[in-house]
Write a new protein. Structure first.
Length: 127
């Protein structure tokens, strides 16, 4: 069995990257792998995703590159937009994408009550 680092994930037609070319090729590939892998988890929570869009912007600050990334998920239940992050990760685009995915999942759980732990407590009369 291949190591997890070597695993390739299926590219999705409904995933769009805007401004990805401003990043290094290694970061581009790493971000694509992260998105395609975690797309499965997001789809499991939302049932069906019509589109996922990542929009990258680059800024110069103090001679360093700073990144802004916005993620929009189009689902049957409505659009979900995630773009607000704390500033320390804005220097690393891969870290930003990880944080956006975590925040998107938290928002999905909060908005649609899709977490299995939430369902279990709700069914037992806990909420």
């Amino acid at each position: 069995m291949a190591a997890k680092k070597d695993m390739k994930y299926v590219e999705r037609e409904n995933v769009t990257f805007v401004g990805l070319k401003i990043l290094d090729p290694a970061d581009q590939q790493q971000i694509k792998d992260i998105i395609y892998k975690d797309f499965i988890t997001l789809e499991r929570e939302l049932k069906q995703i019509h589109g996922l869009k990542l929009h990258f912007k680059e800024y110069e600050k103090g001679g360093r590159r700073k990144y802004s990334v916005q993620m929009t998920i189009e689902a049957e239940t409505g659009p979900i937009t995630v773009n607000k992050l704390s500033s320390p990760v804005q220097w690393d685009p891969v870290a930003i994408v990880h944080k956006l995915l975590d925040k998107a999942r938290q928002e999905i759980i909060h908005k649609y009550k899709t977490d299995s732990n939430f369902r279990k407590s709700y069914e037992k009369g806990g909420l």
